[in-house]
Structure formats: C-alpha cells, structure tokens
Design a protein around this ligand. Structure first.
Ligand code: ATP
Ligand code: MG
Ligand code: MG
Ligand code: MG
Length: 563
C-alpha cells in the first residue's frame, strides 16, 4: 500500500471525550469515527486491524473443526418466546417492528437462531458432534456504552455453538474450544488468562472467560501463585462457603459512617498491610469507588454491577447518592466529600443497598444504610476479605488480584435451549434424545481495543506483529525533490512485498517529524527510512517500534532483521 493513495487521517490533539488509552489512541490514529452512542465507523486503517483479528479467529476455529455459517442479525420475536428470553433478556435487547407490525429483535446473541437451524438440519447422532460458528455484527443496548469499541452497542463477535449427543461429548467440545481460544490469544500476541466464570443457574465449572490483562480492565480476577486456580471475582465469591445472613426487610437509615485506614483494615482482615493497600488501590483506581452491599450479596464494585446485569459505573456526587439512599448529606464523611464518586451500577440499585463501602487510596470507608443488622460491619469486612484477600488460599499459594478485559467466553449450556425449543435427535438405539450444547463467544472488535490497552507507549500504539495494519513502513525523505530516493524507496517497497512482508510506503512527502509521528502513532512494528544520505553510505535506517534507537543496516542485514 502506498500511503499517498490510502486514506489516513491522524489527529494531533487527544480527543477530550475519550476516557481510556485505547479509545484515545484509536481516535487519534484515525481508526474509528463515532456515529452515535456505541456506534462506530471503522476507517480503512481500523478495518485492516479488525480483519487481522478476524482472520486469526477464523483460521483457528476452522483448525479446531468448527464450521462457518452466517445467521441473520434480525430475529423474529416468536423464536425468543420459545425460550422465554423475549421478556427475560432485559433492556439490552433492541426490539423493533416491521411494516406489518410484527416484532423482531436485533440479535445480541444467537442461541435461539442456531438451535432453530439445528433442529431442522440435524436428525441423528451420526451428524454429531458438530460446531457451527459465525463472525457477525451483534447489537446490545448497553446501559452506558463507553470506551469506544470496548463496550459498544453494535460490535463484531465470533459466536460458536456445539451440539453433542451426551454430556461427555459436550465437555470434549468445550475443551476443544478452550484450546482453540488459547491458540488464538497466543497468536494475537496478547498477555491473557483464562479464569473460572460465574456460571449462574447452570453451575459447576462449566464456564470460563478469557481476559486480556490490563489495569484499565473492568473485571477483577483472582488467581493463585500456588496452583492453576484463577477465577473472576464473581465466580470466586459464588464458590465461597458460608452464605451471609440475609438483611432485614426494613431499612433503618443510620448516618454515622466509620472511616477505616489501611492499618485498620489490615488488622480487621488479618492480612498484610502492603496487600491491603494494594487491594484498596485496585478497588479505587483513580477515583473514589462506591460499592454497594445488598442482602446476602456482599459485593465489590464489579460484583454488584454483574449481579444486576448493569455492568457499569457512572460519576455522581455524594449529595445525589444521599438523596437516593435517603441518607443525610455528608454521610460518606471526608472521603465522599473530596472527590466525584464513581458509582457502581445505577442509583436505582443503590436504593436497595444495605451498606455502602467506599475505598480510596487511603482506606476503606463503610457507611451503614441498614446499620441495624447483627454484626453488620463484620459481615461487610468478611465479604471484602473474600473479594480482596483469601477465599481460596488452600493450595498454599499467594492470592493475587489482576484486572482484565473479557475478550472471550466459553460455556457449557447443557440441554437448556434444545429442551425449550423441542430439539431432539435419534441416538444409537433409535431413541429420540435432547442433545447437549455449548456456546463460545469472542469479542473480535473488543480485542482491538484490549490489545492497545496492553501495548502502547507515549508515542502511540505498539501493535503485536500479528495485528498490525502493516508489518513494515518504508518512509521516504523528500521524495518530491529527490527522484532517486523515491525510486530506491519504491524498489525496496516492492522487494519487501515480494519477500512476503506486508509493507506500507509512506510516500506522502511529509516532513520527517510528521511522518515518523504518524507511523509511530499507528503502531507499525518495523520502520525503514530511505534518505539521500543513507543511500550514499549504502544503509537504511531501521528502527523497531519498541526500540529507542535506530540502526543503520545494509540491504542484507535489513532483510535478515525483519525475518
Ligand atoms: P461483558 O461482561 O463485558 O458485558 P458479556 O459477558 O456480556 O461481556 P458475552 O455474552 O460473554 O459478553 O459475549 C461474548 C463476548 O463478546 C465477550 O466476551 C466480549 O468480548 C464481547 N462483548 C460483549 N459485550 C460487548 C460490547 N458491548 N462491546 C464489545 N464487545 C462485547
Ligand atoms: Mg454484557
Ligand atoms: Mg461478562
Ligand atoms: Mg461473558
């Protein structure tokens, strides 16, 4: 590709409305343009990266024996009524009517459609196991879309669905997908971790998430240094024994907060001070975090958002929260007054809370809304301990907490959908039986943002090789006035292409500073500069994106460096 014939439009200024690094850099690099809330145009540059991810996902799904198909994005209401999800799915389901006033939804996921396909296509155990997948646009009316394509409303997902004759088959299909996901994220060059996820009503170890490790991640992960144990906080909490006593029905509002220092909390939780401080910092991030503790759900920020399916934060003032809780203004004490508060979930949910637990860099802060319970503070403390410190150190290892971005999710569904939709196949004895399903999602578009969260520096994106829009950039100094330099660069560009390197020729004739700035911002892994001076001495100036120095290499050395 010659950049003079491509559409690249970078921005100098950091966009004001972007909160996280990946969103800022994607806008600055001109990969994305916003159309509306949670709706984005992928520019030609952005699309090149998206297609790279999609390509690797497709190759590994095919290699794992999954078979690609393509289902409609728009789905009839009747299908969703068969599983009861037309009502149950909630506000994320975008519903619409056609000219005949029939109802449809824009698919947030495809269990219903794929089960409908399967029940018309599959009749015998001989056709199983089978795994159908697609890479397709989904729509979820997220309560607060944010962070660009990280949490968009319209986004690209790879979704796969396996069908097996029995439970053991389902478990094997699940393992195959787990292995394929491991290969996908390894090939993408990302630091990732698979963790146990809360499998809700289905139970067991039947669900795992794949997370890209990044401090800005929305999910908290707990893992042990002593074993393979790794879980997201919800799953860790759900697996913990000893349910807390239920809260009383009546809320007794008490306005006396207790302020805890790191030292207090370390003593209460019986964990080392250093770890307490770190956990608090993790919980708090840059701003004050308000977590709500409701009934027997003692939750941290992430947990409550997940329990209520809201998955979100928003900023609020203490007065606003107090009004919702019916508490007196100032009830959060000195921490609450100091900063805007990042509220977990919606304030409507806050009204149901028994306790509010805040954390900032100096300490926890616990305020009782329903302060009348038996041992309320001890309950809260015990629950915080579950979350931040030790629900699981039996293997002797140290428990660590990391933040992650959910990029994949594998799930054993069992017979739930097939049963609800009356889907049966004949088994080896000729008896009609309900098959076992699994479902497997990958957030293809989210991966692009997650990769940037993990791979960037002050100058811009630093793509892992497999995701880069081009592997090599050939930058020409002063091509308009020095024809021999332009020719040499062009020859090198063609040679690199012929040798199998995806190469972009920056022949726009920009000043070197501007040109290098763009090439660094858009994250090209290898940069080669062709200049009159370099040609005289028979050298190309080479620099890897992650290196701080350039080197002068002759043609042969350059090619061997790129290989
Ligand atoms: P989250 O917890 O982030 O809301 P989810 O658990 O609701 O995600 P799944 O139903 O497991 O999502 O969907 C499969 C994958 O689709 C997720 O692992 C994630 O990578 C991606 N995904 C889900 N919601 C979004 C979104 N709003 N924007 C971009 N990608 C998304
Ligand atoms: Mg979600
Ligand atoms: Mg999730
Ligand atoms: Mg998920």
């Amino acid at each position: 590709m010659r950049l003079s014939q491509f559409h690249l439009r970078t921005e100098k200024e950091t966009p004001a409305d972007a909160e996280v690094t990946s969103h800022k850099l994607m806008l600055k690099a001109g990969m994305l343009r916003k159309l509306g809330a949670g709706l984005y145009t992928w520019s030609p540059l952005g699309l090149r990266v998206l297609r790279k991810v999609e390509g690797i996902v497709r190759e590994e799904m095919n290699a794992a024996g999954a078979i690609e198909l393509l289902m409609p994005a728009v789905q009839p209401r009747e299908l969703w009524e068969e599983t009861g999800r037309w009502e149950k799915f909630g506000g994320q389901l975008l519903k619409m009517q056609d000219r005949k006033e029939s109802w449809y939804c824009f698919g947030p996921t495809h269990e219903e459609v794929v089960t409908d396909f399967a029940r018309s296509e599959l009749a015998s155990y001989k056709q199983l196991p089978v795994n159908f997948y697609q890479i397709q646009t989904k729509f979820r009316d997220e309560i607060r879309p944010r962070f660009g394509v990280m949490r968009a409303r319209e986004f690209l997902m790879k979704d796969a669905y396996s069908f097996d004759i029995d439970e053991a088959g389902m478990a094997a299909s699940y393992q195959t997908m787990h292995a394929a996901y491991t290969r996908i994220f390894t090939r993408l060059g990302l630091e990732f971790r698979s963790v146990q996820a809360d499998s809700g009503a289905i139970g067991g170890d039947a669900s795992q998430e794949f997370h890209v490790i990044a401090d800005s991640g929305e999910d908290a992960l707990v893992f042990s240094t002593g074993s393979e144990y790794a879980a997201n906080v919800e799953a860790a909490r759900a697996a913990a024994p000893a349910p807390r006593p239920a809260a009383s029905e009546t809320l007794r509002k008490v306005d006396t907060p207790t302020q805890k220092t790191c030292e207090d909390v370390a003593a209460l939780l019986d964990i080392p001070l250093a770890r307490t401080a770190k956990s608090i910092a993790l919980m708090a991030g840059e701003t004050f975090v308000l977590a709500l503790v409701r009934g027997d759900h003692a939750v941290n920020a992430i947990k409550l958002a997940k329990v209520d399916g809201l998955g979100d934060y928003r900023m609020a003032t203490e007065a606003e929260i107090a009004a919702h809780l019916g508490a007196a203004p100032g009830f959060l004490g000195p921490i609450g007054a100091a900063k805007p508060i990042r509220v977990v979930a919606d304030l409507e949910v806050a009204a149901l809370a028994d306790f509010v637990v805040g954390a900032n860099a100096t300490g926890f802060h616990i305020a009782g809304v329903n302060w009348g319970r038996d041992l309320p503070e001890a309950d809260v403390v015990a629950d915080i301990r579950d979350v931040v410190a030790g629900d699981r150190a039996e293997d002797g290892g140290e428990l660590k907490i990391a933040r992650g971005i959910e990029v994949g999710h594998v799930f054993q569904l069992g017979r739930k959908y097939a049963e609800a939709m009356h889907f049966k196949v004949l088994d080896a004895n000729g008896k009609a039986t309900v098959p076992f399903m699994g479902c497997y999602g990958i957030g293809v578009s989210r991966i692009v943002a997650a990769a940037i969260e993990q791979n960037h520096d002050a100058n811009g994106i630093v793509w892992p090789l497999a995701m880069a829009p081009w592997q090599v950039a050939v930058c020409v100094i002063n091509p308009k006035n020095e024809a021999h330099v332009a020719e040499a660069a062009d020859a090198l560009y063609r040679e690199l292409g012929a040798a199998g390197f995806e190469t972009v020729l920056d022949d726009r004739g920009l000043r070197p500073g501007m040109m290098f700035g763009d090439i660094e911002l858009i994250g090209i892994p290898h940069r080669v500069v062709v200049s009159a001076r370099g040609l005289e001495s028979g050298a190309f100036e080479y620099r890897a994106r992650h290196a701080s120095e350039s080197e002068n290499l002759d043609r042969e050395a350059l090619f061997s460096r790129l290989r």
